[in-house]
Write a protein that binds this ligand. Structure first.
Ligand code: KG4
Ligand code: ZN
Length: 391
């Protein structure tokens, strides 16, 4: 019979000290399956990516016009063993050489989360490695800190702009975040995706990544934003000082334009002009709300941030970066964004968040469950001490 003992805590200590005794940085395997990417990576404590694999599902979902949860889960189930195998092979490592397993615990699509979590828990348990359940948004928010020189110091203002979320927060430390503003309706990523669909842009080649948002950005490069003026969201006296975001207004504006045949979706110039107009408005809206978030951090949270960070799929958009970078310059702050391929969902960010949590002893038991809805500012209240009943 198995003894009831805090095995994970003991393992965590042993593994971390083993790594430092051998004078090599810790090595963490990260798994991500919260949405439509099956991804794995092995990352070291000094920020080296030893290997990464990312299988996109864009082609699977494109014909349905959006992500179909059961199809996504089915694909994850098919791919996850191969993705893990391939990642280990690329790094020329075996599971024995990995110090810990980090896996996305939430938020996300339940059926998809379960696949990655089951794989991560099993790998960790079978190989007696510490397990770290990662909050997907915290992983996006910490991604910019990866690297030996640690350019990004706490506290910092982070804009998390993706398909799942649009929010501003102060990252005080690992596991400690203050949410400032969030979207009242749709996420910015969904807005990019829906507008790309309204103007009937084909998705970019699935292996490039980025989906409809990246297709829209590419098209907008040929466009004239002034041709189709768009309403600026939350610009009324009642909403102008609110650091939240809203995208439903611009989305329905584009839908109405299409109904009224104000543009021709078969004409490339019309597509490009509309893409440019939408992108410019969305980027300006983000800039205005990020400015309010900076003021809120200073006044209400009494926090002097060291820099601004933008992360999440939409942070790979150059127009969005330029707009945020202009704001950061006005405040004499650096704007730091992970490289585009690390802004969208990937295994590296999960492995890196795992390293940050491992360093603080934030481990999870092998029976940890997924969390579908998980507000980021509730992380601090979560119990992370392993439960003895797990064994
Ligand atoms: O972070 P992410 O990969 O997944 C989550 O939502 O967590 O973000 C995906 C979103 C999609 O809506 C995609 O269209 C958008 O990010 N996106 C972009 C770009 N690349 C990805 N949106 C605008 N411009 C881009 N270059
Ligand atoms: Zn994401």
């Amino acid at each position: 019979m198995l003894t009831r003992r805090p095995l994970i805590r003991a393992l965590g200590r042993r593994r971390i000290s083993t790594a430092s005794e051998q004078r090599r940085p810790v090595r963490v395997l990260g798994l991500e399956t919260s949405c439509d990417d099956t991804a794995a990576a092995i990352v070291t404590g000094d920020g080296n990516i030893l290997a990464e694999t990312n299988v996109h599902q864009h082609k699977v979902h494109e014909e349905h016009g959006g992500i179909v949860p059961l199809l996504a889960a089915d694909r994850h189930l098919q791919k996850i063993p191969l993705v893990v195998r391939e990642t280990l092979e690329k790094a020329e490592m075996r599971m024995e050489d990995v110090d810990a397993v980090a896996v996305t615990r939430g938020p996300g699509l339940p059926a998809s989360l379960v696949v990655g979590l089951a794989a991560g828990k099993t790998l960790a348990a079978v190989h007696a490695k510490p397990l770290i359940g990662v909050h997907h948004m915290e992983a996006h928010a910490l991604m910019a800190r990866m690297g030996a020189e640690q350019k990004v110091q706490f506290p910092y203002l982070c804009l998390l702009i993706s398909g799942g979320h649009t929010l501003s927060l102060v990252v005080h430390d690992v596991n400690h975040h203050s949410l400032i503003g969030q979207t009242r309706d749709e996420s910015i990523g969904v807005a990019f995706d829906k507008v790309a669909r309204e103007i009937e842009l084909p998705w970019i080649d699935a292996q490039v990544g980025g989906g409809p948002g990246a297709a829209l950005e590419q098209m907008a490069r040929e466009g004239n934003a002034a041709r189709f003026p768009m309403p600026m969201p939350m610009n009324q006296s009642t909403t102008a000082r609110d650091p939240g975001f809203s995208f439903s207004g611009i989305m329905s504006h584009v839908a109405r334009m299409r109904e009224q045949r104000a543009f021709d979706h078969t004409c490339r110039q019309d597509q490009a002009d509309l893409a440019a107009a939408f992108q410019q408005t969305a980027a300006k809206h983000l800039q205005k709300k990020a400015a309010l978030a900076l003021a809120h951090a200073a006044d209400a949270l009494n926090t002097r941030v060291t820099c601004m960070v933008a992360s999440g799929g939409v942070a790979s958009n150059q127009a969005v970066r330029q707009s945020l970078s202009a704001l950061a310059r006005r405040h004499s702050l650096p704007l730091i964004c992970p490289p585009p391929r690390l802004c969208t969902d990937n295994g590296v960010m999960i492995a890196w968040a795992g390293i940050e949590r491992l360093r603080r002893g934030l481990l999870d038991p092998y029976d940890v469950d997924f969390i579908q809805r998980w507000p980021l500012d509730q992380l601090k209240q979560m119990p992370y001490v392993p439960r003895e009943s797990s064994f």
